[in-house]
Design a protein around this ligand. Sequence first.
Ligand code: CUK
Ligand code: CUA
Ligand code: CA
Length: 610
Amino acid sequence: MKRNSFIVIIIVLVLAGLLGMWTGKFGAARSARAAAAEQVYVAPGEHDKYYGFLSGGQSGSVFVVGIPSGRLLREVPVFEPRAAYGYALHANDPQRQLLDRTGGAWGDTHHPVLSEKGGLYDGRFLWVNDLANGRLARIRLDYFETDSIIKIPNLQGAHGIAAVSPDTKYIVVNGEFEQPADGLVTNPAPYTSVVAFVDAVSMEVKFEVEVPGNIDIADTSKDGRHAFSTIYNLEQGRDMGSMIQFDRDALAAIDIPAAEAAVAAGKGRVRNGVPILFPDENPGVLTLVPVPKNPHGVNVTPDGRYVMASGKLSPTVTIVDTKTLKIVAEPEVGLGPLHTTFDNRGNAYTSLFLDSQVVKWNIDKAVSGAADYIVDRINVHYNIGHLQAVGGESMAPTGDYLLALNKLSKDQYLPVGPDLPENQEIIDISGEKMKMLASFPTPPEPHDAVFCPAKILAPKVKQVYATAGNAVEAGKESVVRTGPDTVTVRMSMIRSAYTPDHFEVREGDTITFTLTNVETIRDMIHGFALPDHNLHVALPPGATKTITIEAGKPGVYWYYCTNFCSALHLEMRGRMVVQPKDSTITLSDWKSGQNVTGPVPGVPSTGAQQ
Ligand code: CUK
Ligand code: CUA
Ligand code: CA
């Protein structure tokens, strides 16, 4: 009996000990989670510290998120129509026509690039490429709106882009897909590519430089001297097998002042309106630095001393001195290095696609040949492509957060079919060891990101649109027949009515709307949706938009507001009456006040039909 009690007491003590260990461990894990959560928690009503701009990849747009919260703030449509924003939806929309004219209503955005002044972000513009259709777009950040799209001649597969530091004189755009050197498909000579230099202000392509093989990712030196690109097909092969034959491909360095001088001296051969410099005719313009085969990312350190080519097929990063263009080190970092970014303490962070890791390494130690240049590694989920530390592309990295842009999310979220979301992870890089803080999913497929401090950009964002020259003034709305089958409608909108709230046209008419949201308060958006006309316009306060449509089949069409704007939002609608061609009813000029009169069947006539 005594012995049994003793055993029971022992068992109870052991269990209590185990429970203590377990709860202790659990408590520690919980507090680590709480600490991580606190770092990315932005309380309701508070703002994030940074704007994050993520390229939308095959979504053709740019996603704007808050950092560190990861909250999605906006999608800026660029190369694809977005019905919700009334962007480029209708075939006659000028935005849509610009897309169609330059290469189609879809795009593949990879690299968002911010404008700089003195090597620091100035919050004016963001550029993004369309890999698929060889285009470059600019978003003005006071309105978060695409303001320019150009098709780049003589180039296919606009891939890497970069702003020429320190004052964004040009945006360089790399043509990834090789083409016949003279532009003639009948030319059997090896294919080449071009790097295009686009004036950041006028968005004109000023000149192009031919590069043998292809060109992938871009960056520029901090002093405006060089544009750097990686080449993975120095072989000038035309299939995958031949693109991986050489042991070394190249880092291309274009001397920008030398190229400008050659263009000014008339050395460019003009094709499709753009002077192209051929390196063999212009020695000194292009230097090729041999780097291990099939490199990918190229990144210049914030101090401008080095340019790094990430190895992709080689487990190394090649460090090149930007002044001498000589290789100074080639440290091993891990499997599948794709891109590199930087903090403000002399460390580089390289994404390892195959290892699914971010590796942190010390640049000076790697250059000096010290064995302990690897500082830390952290697992990411999964198969990381780009990574970007805040300010890592500028001369002033902040060294606080890093975003891992992972290609596969696998088990990280609730399954939503065989196709899973892309996964971004926010990593704290302020200490010696990296700390995983949080993740957030997005639609496909952000490739790259860039961050702007909120304190720089937020004060520049406009509250309402500046009044356009053709804006409709309240009280001066009109419906005017301008020809036998053309009508113009100048309409205003304000909570919670359209003026006019009805008008008539005839079958076969072409109607040109000029629509103005005359609200003067931030965030008071009104939509204008017209059933069965594939028409939706969303107008932020002060904005004006002009669009032309066909009247369509006879009928009564209610245009209505799509943005919930007031308690009378549902009542914010009006009628477009399309009379049959042979209607005997006199079509009225709305401003003249002669609305169509006549008895309404089943309703005692009281005069004017409203
Ligand atoms: S590329 Cu996508 S992971 Cu277009 Cu910048 Cu490297
Ligand atoms: Cu205007 Cu709803
Ligand atoms: Ca190669």
